[in-house]
Design a binder for this molecule. Structure first.
Ligand SMILES: Nc1ncnc2c1ncn2[C@@H]1O[C@H](COP(=O)(O)OP(=O)(O)OP(=O)(O)O)[C@@H](O)[C@H]1O
Ligand SMILES: *[C@@H]1O[C@H](CO)[C@@H](O)[C@H](O)[C@H]1NC(C)=O
Ligand SMILES: *[C@@H]1O[C@H](CO)[C@@H](O)[C@H](O)[C@H]1NC(C)=O
Ligand SMILES: *[C@@H]1O[C@H](CO)[C@@H](O)[C@H](O)[C@H]1NC(C)=O
Ligand SMILES: *[C@@H]1O[C@H](CO)[C@@H](O)[C@H](O)[C@H]1NC(C)=O
Ligand SMILES: *[C@@H]1O[C@H](CO)[C@@H](O)[C@H](O)[C@H]1NC(C)=O
Ligand SMILES: [Mg+2]
Length: 673
C-alpha cells in the first residue's frame, strides 16, 4: 500500500517536474534553420533556403513574411503574475536589391498568437495595421530593425533599432550601431548585407529592456544600444509566441535570420557562429541580384553561353573581315607599291561595291563610282575578274606604266589593287560619263557639233600620244564610244587600257588572239590577229563616223533585220553624192557643213580596209586641225574596199554580231598568252 502510494507520489512528482520544465522554462537554439525544419511555423512569403537561412522576405512587393516558434512560451507563472525574465539572441542580415535604397525592416516579436493575420506590409512590418497600431489590446512586444524613416512613427532615421510596445511608435530607439570596449559608438548599417547579431533581454525584477547589437566579429558589447524600463505585465500575457516578422514595400530587400536562440527565465544560450549558414550563399552576384542559387547557376550558365557566342561571333566577324579585305601582294609588286591601293579603302570608297554605285558593266567587269574617304576624291573602280593568273605580272606592269602617262585626253589611272580572283583598277571619275550615252538610244542630252569635234580631236590627240609621242608605242586596242569618257568640260578622254598592250618602238608588235569590239575591228586585225597602230586608226575612223552620224558601228535595219555597217552606210550616201545625209539628224543645221563633210570623209579614210591606205594619227591630227587638207579622193577609190570590208565582217562576225557593240574576246587576263 505504502509502496503503491510512494510510486504514485514519485510519478506525480516526475509528472510535476516534467510539467514544470516543459511549461515554465523553455529554451531553444537554432544554429541555422536546416531542413527538415521543426518547431518553426512559416507564414506569408517566408521560406528557408537549402543552405539553412531563414528567409523572411524575397522579391515580391507588398508582402509580409513571418516565422514563429510553434510552441507557446510561458512568460508568467500565473495569469495575474509578473513577466519573468527572458532573453533572446539572433543573427540577421538584410540584403537590399539596390545598394542604397531598401525596403522596410524586420522585427523580433512576442505576440499572443503564432500568426498576425490582419497585419499589413510596408511600414507596418507585418506587425500591425492602420487601425490597430497603438492599440493596447494588441499585446505585442517587438524590437524593430527599421530601414525606412516613417515620419508618422517619429522614426529618427532610416537605419535604427527600436523597442515597440503595441505600436510602431517606438518606446525607445537609436540609430543602429554599438559601443565598443572603450565606449566609442560605432555606426552599423542594417542594409549592408552583412550579418549582425542582436541581443534582446528583459529583466523581470527591474523591468529593464536592453537591446544590443554588434557585428559578427565582435563580442557582445557591455553597453546596450537601446534600453527602456517598462513593466511588460500588461503587455505580455501568460503564454505567448515568439518569432520574427518582416514586410516588403514597393522597394525590395531580403531579410534573413541566420541563427536564433531563446530562453525564458534566464540567459539565451549563445549561438555557435561557426555553425551558422554562410551568408551570402553564393557571393556578391547572388547578393546584388537577390537570386536563388539555382537562378544564379542558370544566370552564370547563360552569361557564359552568351560570352561563348559573343567570342564565336567576334572570331567569325574577324575572320570574315579578313577574308573580305584580303589582298594579294607578291614580291614583284613592290616596285609598284606607290600605285597599289588598299582593297579596304576601295571597299569603303564605293560603299561596299553597292549596286547603287554601279556605273556600268563591260566585257571585263563592272565599274563602280566611289569617293575616297581621306581625300574626298571621286573615283571610278573597275573590277576585272581574273580567273587565270597568267600574264598578270606583265599586265600589272603595263597598267602601271600606262598609269605613269599623263595626257589631258587620257583618263588618269590612279592605282590598282589585286585580290585572289580579281584585279581592281582605279581611275579618275569622269562626271559626264561615256560618249556612247550621248549618241545612241535617243539620248536626252546630245552634243552639238562643236562639242563633238572637240571630242574627236581629243581622242585623236590621245591616240597620237599613245602611238608616237610616248616613250613606247602603245596600241590601245579597244577604241570605242564607251571607252571615251567626258570630263567636266566635255573633253573627250580615252580610257580603259584593259586591252592595251605595250610594244617597244620598232619591234614587232606581239601577236595574240584578236581582242576588241565588233564593229571597230579592222579586217586586217581579224585576218592576222595582229593589233597595230593602223587597227587603232580603223577603230578611230569608226568612232568618228559614229560621232558624226549618231549611229552604231553595226546597225540592224528593221525591215529585213539585216546588219548594216556604218562605214558602208556612209559610203553609200557619199556614192549617191549626198554624204551630208549621213550626219546625225540631232545635229540640226547650225553646224559647219564643210567641217562635217571633212570629218565624215576622214572617218571613211581611217576605216579604209587597206591598212596602208589609212592615215597615221599624226596626219589625222593635222587634218582635224586644218594644218593639212584631206587628200582628194572619190567614192570610186574606196568602192572595192567597201565591199570587201562588208564581206569580212559578215563572215567572221556572224555569231556574235547580234548586239552590235559587245566585246568579242575575253581580256588577256583570262585568255593568257
Ligand atoms: N572613269 C570613269 N568615270 C565615269 N564613268 C566611267 C568611268 N569608267 C567607266 N565608266 C562607265 O562605266 C561603264 C562601263 O565601263 P566598262 O569599261 O566596264 O565597259 P565598256 O567600256 O562598255 O566596255 P569595255 O569593257 O570593252 O571597256 C562605261 O560605259 C562608263 O559609262
Ligand atoms: C486576476 O485579476 C482579475 C482582475 O484584475 C480578477 O478578476 C481575477 O480573479 C484575478 N485572478 C487571479 C487568479 O488572481
Ligand atoms: C486590423 O487588425 C484588427 C485585428 O487586430 C482587425 O480587426 C481590423 O479589421 C484590421 N484592420 C484593417 C484595416 O485591416
Ligand atoms: C514626435 O516627435 C515630435 C517632434 O520630435 C514631438 O513633438 C511629438 O510629440 C512626437 N510624438 C510622439 C507621439 O512622441
Ligand atoms: C573603439 O573605437 C575607437 C574609435 O574608433 C578606437 O580608437 C578604439 O581602439 C576602439 N576600441 C577597441 C577596444 O576596439
Ligand atoms: C554615424 O551616424 C550618424 C547618424 O547617422 C552620423 O551623424 C555620424 O557621423 C556617423 N558616424 C560615423 C563615424 O560614421
Ligand atoms: Mg570601258
Amino acid at each position: 500500500m505504502l509502496v503503491k502510494l510512494l510510486t504514485i507520489v514519485f510519478f506525480l512528482n516526475i509528472l510535476y517536474q516534467f510539467n514544470q520544465s516543459s511549461s515554465q522554462i523553455l529554451e531553444f537554439t537554432y544554429d541555422g534553420f536546416h531542413r527538415p525544419l521543426t518547431g518553426i511555423y512559416l507564414q506569408g512569403i517566408s521560406t528557408v533556403t537549402p543552405s539553412g537561412l531563414l528567409k523572411l522576405t524575397e522579391k515580391t512587393v507588398l508582402q509580409t513574411g513571418q516565422a514563429f516558434y510553434t510552441r507557446p512560451i510561458q512568460f508568467k507563472d500565473s495569469p495575474n503574475g509578473t513577466v519573468s525574465s527572458f532573453s533572446t539572441t539572433f543573427v540577421f542580415a538584410i540584403n537590399p536589391l539596390m545598394p542604397t535604397v531598401s525596403g522596410h525592416g524586420m522585427a523580433f516579436v512576442v505576440a499572443p498568437n503564432f500568426y498576425l493575420p490582419s497585419a499589413t506590409p510596408s511600414q507596418y512590418l507585418g506587425l500591425f495595421n492602420i487601425t490597430n497600431n497603438g492599440d493596447d489590446s494588441n499585446h505585442v512586444f517587438a524590437v524593430e530593425l527599421d530601414t525606412i524613416q516613417s515620419a508618422e512613427f517619429n522614426d529618427t532615421n532610416d537605419n535604427h533599432v527600436g523597442i515597440d510596445i503595441n505600436s510602431l511608435m517606438s518606446v525607445q530607439s537609436s540609430p543602429a550601431g554599438y559601443w565598443n570596449e572603450t565606449d566609442q559608438f560605432k555606426n552599423l548599417t542594417l542594409i549592408s548585407g552583412k550579418p549582425m547579431q542582436v541581443w534582446v533581454e528583459y529583466d523581470g525584477l527591474s523591468h529593464k529592456i536592453d537591446v544590443t547589437m554588434a557585428p559578427l566579429t565582435e563580442n557582445k558589447p557591455r553597453k546596450p544600444l537601446v534600453s527602456a524600463v517598462r513593466d511588460l505585465s500588461s503587455v505580455i500575457q501568460q503564454e505567448m509566441f515568439v518569432g520574427f516578422s518582416s514586410a516588403t514595400g514597393s522597394v525590395l530587400s531580403e531579410h534573413y535570420v541566420l541563427g536564433w536562440s531563446f530562453r525564458s527565465k534566464g540567459k539565451a544560450p549563445p549561438l555557435t557562429l561557426s555553425k551558422l549558414p554562410k551568408f551570402p550563399e553564393l557571393g556578391p552576384l547572388r547578393m546584388s541580384l537577390g537570386l536563388t542559387p539555382r537562378e544564379v547557376l542558370i544566370t552564370i550558365l547563360l552569361i557564359s553561353l552568351f560570352l561563348i557566342f559573343l567570342i564565336l561571333f567576334l572570331v567569325r566577324f574577324i575572320v570574315r573581315r579578313r577574308r573580305k579585305f584580303a589582298e594579294e601582294l607578291e614580291d614583284w609588286e613592290t616596285e609598284f607599291a606607290r600605285t597599289r591601293m588598299k582593297f579596304k579603302d576601295l571597299y569603303y570608297a564605293t560603299k561596299g561595291f553597292k549596286k547603287k554605285g554601279l556605273l556600268g558593266s563591260g566585257g571585263f567587269g563592272s565599274v563602280y563610282k566611289g569617293v575616297m574617304r581621306k581625300t574626298n576624291k571621286e573615283i571610278a573602280v573597275k573590277r576585272v575578274s581574273n580567273e587565270s593568273r597568267q600574264g598578270l605580272k606583265e599586265f600589272v606592269s603595263e597598267i602601271v606604266s600606262i598609269g605613269r602617262m599623263s595626257h589631258r585626253n587620257l583618263v588618269p589611272l590612279l592605282g590598282y589593287c589585286r585580290r585572289k580572283d580579281e584585279l581592281l583598277l582605279v581611275y579618275d571619275y569622269m562626271p559626264n560619263g561615256s560618249l556612247d550615252k550621248y549618241l545612241h538610244n535617243t539620248p536626252e542630252v546630245t552634243l552639238n557639233w562643236k562639242q563633238r569635234l572637240k571630242v574627236i580631236k581629243g581622242v585623236a590627240s590621245a591616240l597620237f600620244y599613245l602611238h608616237e609621242d610616248w616613250e613606247q608605242v602603245v596600241i590601245h586596242r579597244d577604241v570605242k564610244a564607251s571607252n571615251v569618257l567626258l570630263d567636266a568640260e566635255h573633253n573627250g578622254r580615252l580610257g580603259d587600257f584593259g586591252l592595251a598592250r605595250l610594244c617597244g618602238h620598232g619591234s614587232d608588235p606581239l601577236t595574240t588572239h584578236v581582242a576588241g569590239t565588233w564593229g571597230y575591228l579592222a579586217p586586217d586585225h581579224i585576218r592576222t590577229g595582229k593589233a597595230t597602230t593602223a587597227t587603232d586608226v580603223f577603230a578611230f575612223g569608226v568612232l568618228v563616223l559614229e560621232v558624226a552620224c549618231g549611229r552604231r558601228p553595226i546597225e540592224i535595219q528593221n525591215q529585213r533585220s539585216e546588219r548594216v555597217l556604218l562605214v558602208d552606210l556612209v559610203f553609200g550616201f557619199w556614192n549617191e553624192g549626198n554624204i551630208l545625209d549621213a550626219k546625225d539628224p540631232n545635229l540640226g543645221t547650225e553646224c559647219d557643213q564643210r567641217e562635217v563633210e571633212m570629218v565624215l570623209k576622214l572617218g571613211l579614210l581611217c576605216s579604209h580596209s587597206d591598212p596602208l591606205s589609212r592615215p597615221t594619227m599624226r596626219q589625222v591630227l593635222n587634218y582635224l586641225n586644218g594644218d593639212a587638207m584631206l587628200p582628194d579622193f572619190s567614192p570610186l577609190d574606196l568602192r572595192g574596199n567597201g565591199m570587201m570590208m562588208l564581206g569580212i565582217h559578215q563572215r567572221v562576225g556572224e555569231p556574235v554580231m547580234s548586239n552590235g557593240g559587245s566585246s568579242m574576246v575575253d581580256s588577256i587576263l583570262s585568255g593568257g598568252r
